[in-house]
Design a protein around this ligand. Sequence first.
Ligand code: CDT
Length: 300
Amino acid sequence: KRPFGIAVAQLGPIQPSDSRASAVARLVEMMREAASLGARMVVFPELALTTFFPRYWMSDEDAIERYFEKSMPSAQTQILFDTSKNLGIGFYLGYAELTTDGHRFNTSILVDQTGKIVGRYRKIHLPGHADHKVGKPFQHLEKKYFEVGNEGFHVWQTMDARIGMCLCNDRRWTETWRVLALQGADIVAVGYNTPSVNIHWPEPPHLRMHSHLISLQAAAYQNTTWIAAAGKAGLEDGCHLFAGSVIVSPAGEILAQTQSEDDEVIYCKADLALADTFRQHIFNYGAHRRPEHYRLITER
Ligand code: CDT
C-alpha cells in the first residue's frame, strides 16, 4: 500500500468587492481543516484569490491588472506558505499570474509540505472568446485576458508521489490526461470555475455537471491516476458556478464529493498503489500501447 491523504478545498463564491486578504483567510482555514483530517496535500480551485473576472469585459489595463499576482508568494499570500510549512501540508493553488515582462497566464502552483513552490503550470486549453459578446448575460474572456500556457504539462516527484497539474477546461481534453499519465502521474490536481449557464448554446445545468464528472471519472480510469478536482462554486455577482468538487480513484470511482456550494473540505485516504496495479496489468503501457497508430493526434 502507498497511503496518501488527499484533501480538496472547494471555495464558495468570491464577490468582486471581497479583498485578497479575505480569500486567503478562507483558504488558510480550510488548509488547517485539511491538515487536521490527515491530508498531505490540499487542492484549491482555479483563480482562487479573486472572483472569476473573465466574465467581465474590461478595457482599462489597471482594472484588469488588479486581478493579477505580480509575485508568488506575495505579502498577502505569504501566510498560505507559512501555514503549509507549520502544518507540514502541501497545496495546489490557482491564480492569475502577471510575469515581470508583462505576460498574463492562468496559472497554478504546487507547493510541498515545507512551503516551497516545486511546480508551476500555465493553463493550455483556454476556453471562451476574446471579443465582447454584447447581449450575453456574462462573458467568458479567457482568450482575451490570458496567453496560452508556454510550459507544457508536467508531473513533479514530491511528497512521496508523482503529482501533475492542469486547470479547468484542460480536464475535458483527452490529450491533457495522457500526457500526464505518460509521465507516471499518481495524482493530478485540477482547479476549476465552471458557469452553470452555457452562453454559447442552450444546455441544461444537469448536463453541465454530468460532463464535468464523466470527464474526470473516465480520465482517472483510462489514465490510471487519482484526480483531486476543486471548484469555486455558488452565486458570484449573480453568475452561478457549479460545485461538484471530487476525489476520483484510478478505478473511475468518486470517493469523496462536496455537498454544498460553499467553502467545504473533502478528504480521502488514497492508496496510490491502486494505480500501480492497473499500470502493471490492463494499462501496462510498455506491453499494450501502440503509439505508431496514434500519430494523427499530434499531426492534426
Ligand atoms: N474556467 C474554465 O475553463 N471554465 C470552462 C467553462 C467552459 S464554457 C466557456 C470549463 O471548461 O469548465
